[in-house]
Design a protein around this ligand. Structure first.
Ligand code: GLV
Ligand code: MN
Ligand code: MN
Length: 423
């Protein structure tokens, strides 16, 4: 296999630093949440970098940023790579970001070596991969894969605005979302990402080849009780919505045996020291590579929820915001990444992903694979998130080589497999 130019680490480091400066100074860490002005400005900067690298850039109806380098073969289905540049509140500088900046650097490397792929090469900065104020993740990749539906668009945020309105304000066109779909599918999708867990670091292996991505089921549980005076209402007469939600959070923790489940957000109203909480909204999720476990977890949570509501005389509304099945990576894409990594002298470990990714959605359209690089101490979704520049460089070099290997696999048309429930 011919050697391609190595990524320019100084340039990658400079890009990471500049993008990190697009952050909310009022929030901890490197916060750049989707639908914020910081995210929009950051993505404008990314669009300019795409253009500079030689990509033809457009924004689709879902406000995805898409850069295309035409291939020489006029072949159907592009090779697609990318990730996201939005962050969680209080997030870090690498989650998603190295997949976008790494893809742009990969284009620069290919062009510097005058290597032309036969397939079109498409780089995507997907809109809003992290769960947003509406409770939905992967807005952009859902739209591209045809899984962003009317129910999602109608979800309401804390200020009463709908996801549809937020998308329009971010430059999307909700009424034309059909145009964001890719009916032609793709040759393959390859995403570079930080591991966000401790496995690679502990094994002292620089490159992870992902085997599959855990399924994620997300819910919102609303309890409605009665706001009352905190001093004069006897305990036996209260209908305390927060106490119901607290019971449910503990049940979710208990039911997580065999998978993982998290209550990550709780809102109570009216939210005063001296008022019995009248309303509580709890946002939780469960993840597992086992679709059956996710289904039985969901049934058990629904039973607990009904029981708590009945015992405490609380109104209850359970909404499943999204139910993503586990996804298996396509064998030939994983093998191509493995081959690319080992040809560059890297040790490789095959590992599953517990984190969710745009790749799960792109698997609806065609073959999919992912490259992981180590995360220091396995930390992620926090300001301490860190990956050494050398490891990022190694990951980009593997990405470049993997794109070339995948370009040669013209005979492969198999799809990534999604098991269990679909949206
Ligand atoms: C995305 O970062 C997720 O796994 O929630
Ligand atoms: Mn994330
Ligand atoms: Mn991510």
């Amino acid at each position: 296999m011919s050697r391609l130019p190595s990524p320019d680490l100084a340039r990658v480091s400079g890009d990471l630093e500049i993008l990190a400066s697009y952050r909310d100074p009022e929030a901890p860490g490197w916060t750049r949440r989707v639908f914020s002005g910081f995210d929009r400005a950051g993505r404008e900067w990314v669009a300019a970098r795409m253009q500079e690298a030689g990509l033809r850039v457009e924004t689709d109806a879902a406000a995805n940023l898409i850069g295309r380098l035409p291939g020489t073969g006029g072949l159907p289905g592009a090779i697609v790579t990318g990730s996201h540049t939005d962050t969680v509140h209080g997030g870090g500088r690498f989650d998603g970001i190295i997949g976008v900046l790494g893809a742009i650097e990969a284009v620069r490397c290919l062009r510097a070596a005058e290597v032309e792929l036969e397939h079109d090469l498409v780089v995507v900065d997907f809109l809003g991969e992290e769960p947003n104020d509406f409770g939905l993740s992967c807005v952009g990749s859902r739209a591209i894969s045809g899984a962003l539906d009317e129910g999602h668009l109608a979800l309401l945020g804390p200020d009463g605005r709908s996801l549809s309105e937020a998308l329009a304000a971010a430059g999307g066109v909700p009424s034309a979302l059909g145009g964001a779909r890719w009916p032609e599918g793709l040759h393959c999708y390859v995403e570079l990402h930080i591991e966000q867990g401790p496995v690679l670091e502990q094994a002292r292996v620089p490159i992870g080849v992902v085997t599959g991505i855990a399924g994620i089921h997300r819910l919102r549980a609303r309890f409605e009780g009665r706001p009352d005076h905190a001093g004069t209402t006897p305990m036996s007469l209260r209908r305390d919505a927060l106490s119901g939600a607290a019971e449910l959070a503990l049940a979710i923790e208990r039911l997580a045996q065999g998978g993982v489940a998290t209550t990550g957000r709780l809102e109570i109203r009216p939210g005063a020291h001296n008022v019995v909480p009248g309303e509580a909204d709890l946002w939780a999720e469960a993840r597992s590579p086992d679709a059956q476990w996710l289904d039985s977890f969901g049934r058990a949570v629904a039973d607990e929820f009904d029981g708590i509501g009945a015992r405490r005389q609380l109104g209850t509304t359970l909404t499943w915001i999204s139910r993503e099945p586990p996804v298996t990576v396509t064998d030939w894409v994983a093998d191509s990444i493995d081959q690319a990594a080992t040809s560059l002298g890297n040790r490789v470990l095959r590992i599953p992903s517990g984190a969710g990714h745009d790749a799960s959605h792109m698997a609806r359209l065609g073959p999919m694979g992912m490259v992981f690089v180590p995360s220091r101490a396995g930390r992620s979704h926090c300001p301490e998130e860190w990956t050494d520049l050398e490891d990022i460089g190694r990951g980009i070099a593997v990405l470049v080589q993997a794109l070339v290997v995948c370009d040669h696999r013209k005979e492969e048309r198999s799809r990534g497999r999604r098991s269990g429930l679909d949206d």
